[in-house]
Each structure stands twice: as C-alpha cells, then as structure tokens.
Ligand binder design. Structure first.
Ligand code: ZN
Length: 310
C-alpha cells in the first residue's frame, strides 16, 4: 500500500482578492487556515492553505489570490469542480447557511448521492456531497459550524476533458486508479490505497472549449504519496511513460513533482512529509505569516506589499 498514490493531496486554485477569499473559506465554509505563506515565485502574493484541523492531505484547498486578476473560464483540460464530503444529513444545514449569505446553490445528485453545488466569490465550482459510505475524518469546527455539519475534506474532483482516453490511461496505468463507475459521460475512478479523497471523476465533453486559467478556476490537482522516496519512484514511472515531469521541488511543507497529463490538466504529486507543523505548532497553524527561508531577510518589505486582510 505504502508505495501507492494515496488519493488527493491538495488542489490549488486562483482567486482575485485575498481578503474575500480568506473570509469565504474560513468564515462561511468553516475551513481552517492551516498555512499563511506567499507564492514562492511571487512573494507579494499570498498563498493560503485551507484544510481540517491538522491540515491533512486530502483536505487541503490552496489559493493564490492575485489582486484584481481577470476571471478565468472553466473548460476542457481543467479540474473544473471540487467536491467535499459532508456528514449525512448536513446538506440541510448548508442550504440554510448559504441562503443566509445570499449564495445561490443547486440541489442534485452525482452518481446517486445527494449534493448541492455553488460557487465561491470568484466563481470556483464547489460541490458538497453526502456520501453513502461513512467518512470518519477529523474536522475543524467553528462557533457556527459543529462537527455534525463540518466538511470532511475532499470527496472527488471532476476533470472536464474533450476525450477521456489518454487521461484515464494515466490514472490507471501510472497512478493506480481503477474505473469504478460510469454514467453517461461521467467516469469515476478510485484508488483502493486509501478510504477518503480517493476518487477522480472525468466528465467527457467533446464540444467543451478550452478552459482559461485565471480567477475562479483550478490551477492544478496534487496526488498524495507517503514520502520523497516514493515520489521519485513515480517520477521514474512517469518519465518512462514518455511524459515530461519536473525535478523534485521543495515546497517547504511537502516535496513536489509536476507533470501535464495528456488531457491538459496540470497534475502534481506531493508528499506527506514534512507537513504543516514543520514551522509552527498545531494549535497555531495559520496564525502568522510564514515565509520560505530565501524570503525571510525581506520580511518587512514583503509584509508591506501583501494586501491587507483586515
Ligand atoms: Zn500544488
């Protein structure tokens, strides 16, 4: 089991305003801000990580909020929808909560499971699903959102593709997923290496236009491995399948590789180690701005350039 892909690690999306993004995910959706850092390539932009109490892989939605960036467009070659799992019976709570904040939602089903769908303030497509199978992950609670309702972390993510074949092959042959369910043009893949955040859906739409990656769209999805030895085993495997892949990159909280799958979606593989408590204790996650060591000497300047969050 240990040398397998362990489902999703994180998903990274783009937002157009840091304060609005932070308020929405922490206050309205009740996520924990588990890390407040900067974009390592553009340190005047924040990088927020939202997740459960411990910032566990499979719960982490991260954002680059680029102030005033143009809206993007969901389309082919992208992860277009993020689905969270919520406890049985919690959708009623969430419908009422979204109404309170004047957020429109739709009710529906995905593959026989009840869900609601709505958008974040930038238009990112979110889905809350009540899975039939119990999800026992630990949650983060707030004054307004108790553990009976709090999100459990990712359930699945949907990739929209003009053609599913080549991407399915990557999921199955390289990443160890299996086709689990099929309904019309939706294909659900699952890995049995882990119980949660173990699904990937493909929506095949030959007529979908290409997506435009900007505010309100996902930048990449990251798959999870236990450590950097296993990460490098996957690097070899992906290279030998003829795909390009980056060298190992140190992201401070995990090690990463990036490759673009043939359908156009940017995939990352990321490690559990060292995790989010590497530079601050669990109780204080997200409380203060954490900078990678190359930027620490410029902290004062960086802090003055970052947008105001109050
Ligand atoms: Zn990433």
């Amino acid at each position: 089991m240990e040398n397998k892909i362990l489902g999703l690690h994180h998903i990274t999306a783009i937002a157009g305003n840091a304060k609005r993004n932070l308020d929405f995910y922490t206050r309205i959706l009740g996520q924990r801000l588990v890390k407040k850092t900067v974009n390592f390539d553009d340190p005047k932009t924040y990088h927020f990580y939202f997740g459960n109490e411990g910032g566990e892989p499979g719960t982490l939605l991260t954002f680059f909020p680029w102030e005033g960036i143009n809206p993007g467009r969901n389309g082919a070659g992208m992860a277009t929808h993020i689905a969270y799992s919520v406890p049985q019976g919690a959708l009623e709570f969430w419908k009422n909560r979204l109404k309170t904040f004047n957020i429109d939602y739709k009710e529906g089903e995905i593959l026989g499971e009840k869900m609601i769908s709505f958008q974040d303030p930038d238009g990112l497509e979110l889905e809350f699903v009540e899975p039939k199978k119990p999800d026992n992950r630990k949650v983060w609670t707030t004054e307004e959102i108790s553990s009976d309702f709090a999100t459990k972390g990712f359930y699945t993510t949907t990739l929209t593709l003009n053609n599913a074949d080549a991407t399915s092959k990557v999921l199955i042959d390289l990443l160890g997923y299996q086709l689990q369910q099929e309904d019309g043009n939706r294909y659900r893949f699952a890995t049995d290496a882990i119980e949660t955040a173990n699904l990937i859906d493909i929506l095949e739409d030959p007529s979908a236009g290409r997506g435009i990656n900007s505010a309100g769209t996902n930048h990449h999805i990251a798959f999870r491995v236990k450590n950097d030895d296993i990460l490098m085993e996957f690097r070899e495997k992906i290279l030998s399948a003829g795909l390009n892949i980056t060298p190992k990159i140190d992201r401070d909280y995990f090690y990463s590789l990036y490759f673009r799958e043939p359908g156009g979606v940017l995939f990352e593989i990321a490690t559990d180690n060292p995790g989010f408590t590497v530079d601050e204790p669990l109780e204080e996650l997200g409380n203060s701005l954490k900078l990678p060591k190359q930027y620490e000497p410029a902290r004062t300047q960086i802090e003055s350039l970052l947008p105001d969050l109050n």
